[in-house]
Design a protein around this ligand. Sequence first.
Ligand SMILES: [Zn+2]
Length: 221
Amino acid sequence: MKDPWNNRDTAQTEMKRRIKEDIPEEKWQAIVSNDADYDFRFFYGVSTTGIFCRPSCKSRPPNKENVRIFQHAEEALAARFRPCKRCKPTGEKLPDQEWVNQITDYIDRHFRDKLSLEHLADVCHGSPFHLQRTFKRVQGISPVEYIQRKRIQEAKHLLAHTDQSITEIAAGVGNSNVPYFITLFKKMTGQTPLEFRQIWQHGAALEVQTYEYEHDHGKQN
Ligand SMILES: [Zn+2]
């Protein structure tokens, strides 16, 4: 004899199992760890409360089986979920500081590549004009100046600690135009790359000599 209640239980269990499997592990981890990197890349609703959140929401972690994933806030609203008062998944734009942190992070990882303002704006989801203005207001320098600083910093390190040629170093830090690289280097450090290397290596050699002398003869004082 068939028990209709039993059938319903089976159907519910089946549905829960299916929903559970539908949440990719990456998204589930983002929810559990309140990962702000995933904000606005998806939203999650909790069927028991009828509320939906950003992944970074600090509210109590939901039961996985009650979670529904939405690509857009509008989808969650259409499914009759209410926006969370705490993380405001609909009402708030990404704060400028957070956005500039994302841009800075991207530059730090990619300054050795060819980088244009258009490319930055493209990968960081904004217009070139807006990106330029916001970055400068938050960081105090333009994105281009920031990229140049990173490149010259890296070039100084390579000049001091490797025997790579100027051409190699220029290309290695994303400035394949060597005359331009030399001009920029001089403008920012007061020395040409070659002068910097000579002074640095001379200084390092002096230190070694002094050390060896003191080591061999003992310090006088
Ligand atoms: Zn929330």
